[in-house]
Design a binder for this molecule. Structure first.
Ligand SMILES: *[C@@H]1O[C@H](CO)[C@@H](O)[C@H](O)[C@H]1NC(C)=O
Ligand SMILES: *[C@@H]1O[C@H](CO)[C@@H](O)[C@H](O)[C@H]1NC(C)=O
Ligand SMILES: *[C@@H]1O[C@H](CO)[C@@H](O)[C@H](O)[C@H]1NC(C)=O
Ligand SMILES: *[C@@H]1O[C@H](CO)[C@@H](O)[C@H](O)[C@H]1NC(C)=O
Length: 438
């Protein structure tokens, strides 16, 4: 754009004003230098930004550096006190205690030595900073409190283990109350984050009937799938696709499913397909193919976390670890299943799809299910793959994040990363629903 403008002014000037060509070239040269400097600066900025989103650093960012491990206190062994008794004595969590004092069905069980619970209690300052409705009805506070604890004993050491990636809360996970909602637990370089926002266990109290952990912020009730997708910039392309194809209507509709598991492709995943493929998918002709592709990423009525599987129709929950049998999940494309297995990724359990794609940011909890971020699209295999006996989609591994424009590579250096429109159509054709192509 800037070149054309300069060129125009150059012809304009030489013809009508007679400005020497040399001066114009000098100007052009200056423009070029400024342009290069700006481009490098922008490139560096965007790279950092990408890494920032990519590595989930937004989670680590807000952790106060003081109070990290210094405040972690070993529990006092042999305490006979119940959870509720210990909490009443603790001067740092008076707000949480005050909120729950009126609720006998909350503090009663916590005071019962025969019931084992684990609490993730926001310290008093969490309530000062938090945005709560000023005129919230009591059940708001009750529900919020129920999102901060679950049954069973989970110690600080348990949370550091690679096998603990989610823990139970007391709010319902599905409309039939078959399951409890879960809270994601991420251990990032020794720091523990709950649902990406509630940070660090500052202190652990051990009671006769479980543990109390101190956390820095309130754990809000999870947002709906559509809100989570809207609010996460790395799902922008995915969201555009959901709206464009109307697949989003089903994904958004919390009446339609009891829960859902979404393997949400990041913007990076779409970029890996290349510009041509993306242009096609987001064109009126490509729309049915994009719809088919997106349906491949959505599983209805089943919730698969990285350490727990909530089966369809309340058929029970199954704890998972790396030795568990793979689980096949039916996608919204009837007849197409995803094969999922639990693997270790950066020393935490994650989900691997079709023996290939590992979720880069798993267990993003939503009100109506869970989202796992993936950085490559789940394409059906090509005929060639079937013949090779691969059968698990194309190998996108070598493609890296090279297709973003700011990751420019010289042509002789460029990976052959892009998929042709023909191949894309051929692979997705079997999944395109009748009537979708006019
Ligand atoms: C716990 O209870 C036992 C008897 O029930 C008592 O002997 C002991 O001193 C108590 N320990 C503490 C730390 O309170
Ligand atoms: C789904 O919800 C999101 C976020 O609320 C919204 O932006 C989008 O338009 C909705 N899509 C459809 C297809 O209803
Ligand atoms: C999911 O569950 C709902 C409610 O039970 C049901 O209406 C719907 O048909 C189910 N969807 C699938 C794909 O099984
Ligand atoms: C996985 O779970 C099984 C059954 O609960 C258990 O026996 C096994 O030790 C676990 N393996 C790991 C690696 O945690």
């Amino acid at each position: 754009m800037s070149i054309r403008v300069t060129f125009n002014s150059h012809t304009h000037q030489t013809e009508t004003m007679g400005v020497p060509l040399k001066r114009t070239l000098t100007k052009l040269f200056r423009f070029a230098i400024v342009g290069v400097v700006l481009a490098i600066a922008l490139q560096t900025y965007l790279r950092q930004r990408q890494e920032y989103f990519y590595s989930g650093n937004d989670i680590v960012k807000h952790i106060p550096t003081e109070n990290r491990h210094e405040t972690f206190q070993e529990p006092e062994e042999n305490s006979n006190a119940t959870l509720w008794q210990l909490m009443l004595q603790d001067p740092t969590i008076t707000e949480f205690v005050k909120l729950n004092t009126p609720f006998g069905d909350i503090n009663g069980p916590l005071d019962d030595p025969s019931q084992i619970w684990t609490l993730y209690v926001p310290i008093d300052s969490a309530y000062k900073d938090a945005l709560h409705p000023t005129d919230a009805p009591p059940f708001y506070w009750k529900f919020l409190s129920l999102n901060h604890f679950g049954s069973g004993a989970v110690s600080y050491d348990d949370m550091l283990a690679s096998t603990t990636t989610t823990v139970e809360s007391r709010i319902p996970h599905d409309i039939f109350f078959n399951y409890r909602q879960r809270i994601s637990v991420k251990n990032q370089k020794g720091e523990i984050a709950f649902n990406h926002v509630g940070k660090y266990v500052g202190k652990q109290l051990k009671a006769v009937n479980g543990y109390v952990h101190h956390i820095s912020t309130t754990l809000y009730l999870p947002d709906s799938t559509s809100e989570v997708i809207r609010d996460n910039p790395s799902f922008e392309t995915f969201r555009r696709g959901l709206i464009f194809t109307n697949v989003g209507v089903k994904v958004n509709d919390t009446q339609r499913h009891t829960s859902q598991t979404i393997f949400a492709p990041s913007n990076i995943a779409f970029k890996k397909l290349g510009l041509k493929a993306n242009k096609f998918l987001f064109s009126p002709w490509g729309k049915p193919y994009l719809a088919a592709l997106l349906r491949n990423h959505v599983v209805e009525n089943r919730t698969l976390f990285t350490d727990m599987y909530l089966q369809a129709k309340g058929a029970g929950k199954i704890g998972l670890n790396t030795t568990s049998e793979p689980i096949r999940l039916p996608t919204m494309n009837s007849g197409v299943d995803l094969e999922t297995s639990i693997v270790l990724n950066e020393n935490r359990q994650s989900i691997r799809l079709n023996d290939k794609t590992v979720a880069s940011d798993p267990d993003i909890i939503t009100m109506d299910g869970v989202i796992h971020k993936i950085d490559e699209l789940l394409l059906p295999p090509s005929l060639g793959d079937y013949l090779d006996g691969v059968g698990h989609g194309i190998d996108l591994d070598h493609r890296s994040s090279g297709s973003a424009w700011y990751n420019f590579r010289w042509p002789w250096n460029a990976p052959s990363s892009e998929i042709s429109v023909d191949e894309l159509m051929e692979r997705l054709q079997p999944l395109v629903e009748k009537g979708e192509v006019s």
